[in-house]
Design a protein around this ligand. Structure first.
Ligand code: HEC
Ligand code: HEC
Length: 210
């Protein structure tokens, strides 16, 4: 009995130690890694030049760090990013998160005004009949995201956003059975009742949102 208590206390203390001593980001190291590896696809300024690769500027730091850890561990599956994250240490991931979070996001425009109008309606009010919640509740009214784990969606390439919504729906993303992807699980619930037309409208609206 006494031993179990002691053990519990020790475990509690080490958990406390972990939360009290977070790794300090190293901006110089992050810049070096970005210029050598990441810039080709995500832009040196965090604004991706092509719609298949997400822009990272202005994302919450913890969101970036978590995604990198998930790619490395195969919790979020993507062959390119699993390769890119394989050599990163935990400290590198923290540094990269802070680095991209500090960059200024580039503004884009929606492609189709009527699609974006439908997207705006869904963004603000959701679709109660089909169990789709309002996006603004978690991603913010301007789509800027929220610390710590709600990504920025405004100014994101609509092709990328649409692909992610489909991936949540098909179970490609966020379906980790071991319970290691609690944030992804939230989005799996969000997209459950969403049609592809609604996904397209939301993705187009978010691209031009500010
Ligand atoms: C060869 C191109 C390429 C390179 C180089 C690359 N990435 Fe990526 N990255 C991608 C693609 C494609 C995705 C989208 C993956 C998906 O669909 O899940 C992505 C996704 C991400 C995401 C998730 C973003 C989000 O909104 O969820 C992060 C974070 C990220 N990359 C960081 C990095 C970092 C840091 C580096 C450098 C160490 C890097 N990437 C290098 C192509 C690349
Ligand atoms: C209850 C909170 C919540 C609501 C409501 C919500 N989201 Fe999310 N969303 C999240 C979380 C948490 C994540 C991060 C998932 C992860 O870590 O993989 C996320 C991630 C995403 C991503 C992936 C972004 C990227 O950079 O890869 C997209 C796209 C997205 N949400 C779109 C939407 C849309 C569109 C709506 C409205 C229909 C919405 N979300 C409503 C919590 C929410």
């Amino acid at each position: 009995m006494k031993r179990t208590l002691l053990l519990a206390a020790a475990v509690g203390l080490s958990a406390l130690a972990n939360t009290q001593a977070p790794t300090k980001p190293d901006p110089a190291k992050a810049k070096e890694i970005v210029n050598q590896i990441c810039a080709a696809c995500h832009g040196a300024d965090g604004a991706s030049p092509t719609s298949a690769n997400p822009s990272l500027a202005g994302m919450p730091a913890d969101y970036i760090t978590t995604q990198l850890a998930h790619f490395k561990a195969g919790i979020r599956q993507n062959a390119i990013m699993q390769g890119m994250s394989s050599t990163l240490s935990d400290a590198d991931m923290v540094s990269l998160g802070a680095y991209f979070a500090g960059q200024k996001p580039k503004l884009l425009e929606a492609k189709d005004a009527s699609l974006a109008r439908e997207g705006q309606r869904l963004w603000r009010a959701g679709d109660a009949a089909n169990g789709v919640p309002a996006c603004s509740a978690c991603h913010g009214p301007t789509g800027a995201g929220l610390p710590r784990n709600y990504p920025r969606l405004s100014g994101q390439w609509s092709d990328y956003t649409l692909a992610q919504l489909k991936a949540f729906k098909s179970g490609e993303r966020g379906m980790d059975k071991g319970g290691k992807d609690v944030n992804g699980q939230i989005m799996v619930g969000v997209v459950r009742g969403m049609s592809e037309a609604q996904m397209k409208a939301l993705a187009d609206y978010a691209q031009g949102l500010r």
